[in-house]
Design a protein around this ligand. Sequence first.
Ligand SMILES: NC(=O)c1ccc[n+]([C@@H]2O[C@H](COP(=O)([O-])OP(=O)(O)OC[C@H]3O[C@@H](n4cnc5c(N)ncnc54)[C@H](O)[C@@H]3O)[C@@H](O)[C@H]2O)c1
Length: 288
Amino acid sequence: MEVAVLGAGTMGRGIAGASATAGHEVTIRDVEPPYVERGIESIGETLREGVDRGTVAPEERAAALDRITGTTDLADLAGAELVIEAVPEEMELKRETVADAERVTDGAVIASNTSSLSLTGIASALETPGRAIGLHFFNPVHLMDLVEVVVAEQTDDATVEFAEGFVEGLGKETIAVRDTPGFATSRLGVAIGVEAMRMVEQGVASPRAIDRAMELGYNHPVGPLELTDVVGLDARLDILEALHEELGERFHPPRILKRKVRAGKLGKKTGEGFYVWEDGEPVGPADE
Ligand SMILES: NC(=O)c1ccc[n+]([C@@H]2O[C@H](COP(=O)([O-])OP(=O)(O)OC[C@H]3O[C@@H](n4cnc5c(N)ncnc54)[C@H](O)[C@@H]3O)[C@@H](O)[C@H]2O)c1
């Protein structure tokens, strides 16, 4: 199948790489040639790591890269049966992007990788909104087995079936979720994260103890506070504010989170969040 991916950033390159590895012809579009080139280079690097680990054969890597074409020209999407947008998380940009994709393709299913915006709001930018769906991939795409299939108010049954078939062909598992704030994964993940932050605030236990509770008590690979540091405290605050508005008080952003974001303590990327980070590792608790 011909698949078009819009945006060659973190997610777009992952989705393009997974699609090409599964045998699809992929066109990846970004707004400037260097972004496209960097995206394709990065797909090559990820596949190279797969070869080094023995999970990808060298000829599979070469064949996958051969199936990827980069472009900045929207007209090159014309033959796509599936378009997946992974442009920045802004409603107006997403609406323009899907409308452009609909205009230049002929009956393609148009999917959005949004992690928090209303699919129903994105779909309403289309002339035929029944073709819109959410395909919420997780980072890093090549290692994460889940794709949340987000069903907008307008999405047709045939679109859901098509999208689920595509994801299964990538060797990943789908869960179908109605278009509601935070879908399933962000809502559940953030609910645990926000309670963990309140527990730090109330002095219930140290961040490390709270993380160990979930890692050893529930077999989570990483605790909620370390995960917040990895995702970025600013990103977590944005999602919480959106969920608070839609779902009420239980998602009220804790003061400790707002305080840290105001102080520029955004987690791993700035060297401090709930932990102090050095060389990409948490080395101790941050001062409260
Ligand atoms: N990063 C994650 O962990 C993650 C996980 C799940 C979902 N998402 C979602 O995926 C989407 C993309 O996130 P990301 O982290 O890959 O962002 P990113 O900033 O890494 O990449 C976005 C890319 O889109 C490009 N772009 C901007 N306008 C464009 C246009 N009109 N057409 C084509 N490309 C355009 C940018 O130049 C950039 O290269 C967002 O909706 C985000 O919420 C992100």
